[in-house]
Design a protein around this ligand. Structure first.
Ligand code: ADP
Ligand code: MG
Length: 309
């Protein structure tokens, strides 16, 4: 069965004016659709327009032109229903230091007009692994816990779509992993997830599809797999039985990246050279290969290629 679109954006533009003197085209004719149940990643360097996009949906930035439809609701005609359909985890941590997670979520539920008996505060706290900290002051939480509390806040009204704006910026590796586990769990429960990041490896691991923004332009939009397939450069590390001291320039496009302690790391274009050619070359020189590790292509390569041009 064809999945329905839960987000559709047509010719979306945002022009900021700076002190009335100059203007910035933060979003340039953006066209995008996200399907129900997807984890969609919006990637791009700082200033690409990622937060602008999310904040237009959240109502804190007003679009210049274009159409936005969320969960079947038009942003111009039904802004409240749009807001009710989405939860936003903002880029900046803004928490009242003197509220506990439970207090904060209860207050928010009250603001949404959710009756006490309909609240799922405890479930949310468990989901983001803050059940043990539910009554501690927000200021006493670690950075990772604060991030998870932001996710919890975005879930109070049980929105079917969750937006996360660089949720792991400044969060250490282990906590990042935890955070993404929480997000994957939510997605399994049916929540459509749209996230922005400039950690490309993360997007690669998390997302079904990826869009790449550069200076307000969508320069790529594809499945994560297709984007990776487009990447030409392969990186391989060979562990050899001796230190390599050969001229390998006869191998088309091959470059030696590093060469020490019997380990040599090379890069090559996979359309021009096959790994078998390298293996054959080495074995002809009586060099034994003890181990081969390939560094699978990552989106960084595509991304750099696309955003540089
Ligand atoms: P990202 O989140 O991808 O880093 P942003 O959406 O924050 O990008 O910013 C996109 C562009 O819009 C940048 O050039 C930024 O300087 C500009 N911009 C963002 N917010 C404002 C604002 N309130 N006023 C003027 N320019 C802004
Ligand atoms: Mg941003």
């Amino acid at each position: 069965m064809e999945k329905k679109n839960v987000l559709s954006v047509k010719n979306l533009n945002k022009i900021y004016s700076k002190n009335g003197l100059s203007t910035v085209n933060a979003l340039n004719n953006l066209n995008l659709e996200v399907k129900e149940g997807e984890i969609f990643g919006l990637l791009g360097p700082n200033g690409a327009g990622k937060s602008t996009f999310i904040n237009i949906l959240g109502g804190t930035v007003v679009k210049t032109s274009g159409l936005v439809n969320v969960w079947g609701f038009d942003l111009d005609k039904n802004p409240r229903q749009v807001r009710a359909s989405i939860g936003i985890v903002p880029q900046e941590v803004n928490l009242d230091p003197f509220f506990s997670p439970r207090k904060l979520l209860d207050l928010l539920a009250g603001m949404y007009g959710i009756k006490k008996k309909d609240r799922i505060t405890d479930d949310i706290l468990k989901l983001v692994a803050l059940d043990k900290q539910s009554d501690s002051y927000a200021r006493s939480l670690s950075g990772g816990m604060k991030r998870r509390l932001l996710i919890a806040k975005a879930l109070v009204h049980q929105p079917p779509i969750l937006f996360l704006d660089e949720p792991t910026a400044g969060v250490d590796l282990e906590l990042r992993q935890q955070l993404w586990e929480n997000v994957k769990l939510l997605n399994k429960q049916g929540v459509t997830v749209i996230l922005t990041t400039h950690y490309l490896m993360e997007a690669e691991e998390m997302c079904d599809r990826i869009g790449i923004l550069s200076n307000g332009n969508l320069v790529a939009l594809d499945t994560t797999k297709n984007l990776i397939d487009k990447i030409q450069t392969k990186i391989v590390t060979f562990t050899l039985n001796k230190v390599l001291s050969l001229d390998m320039t006869s191998l088309n496009t091959l470059k030696i990246i590093s060469n020490s302690n019997n380990k040599v790391t090379v890069s090559y274009e996979k359309s021009k050279l096959k790994i078998e050619d390298i293996i054959l070359f080495l074995s002809k020189q009586n060099i034994k290969i003890l181990d081969i590790a390939t560094d699978d292509a990552n989106i960084e390569d595509v991304y750099l290629g696309l955003t540089k041009s």
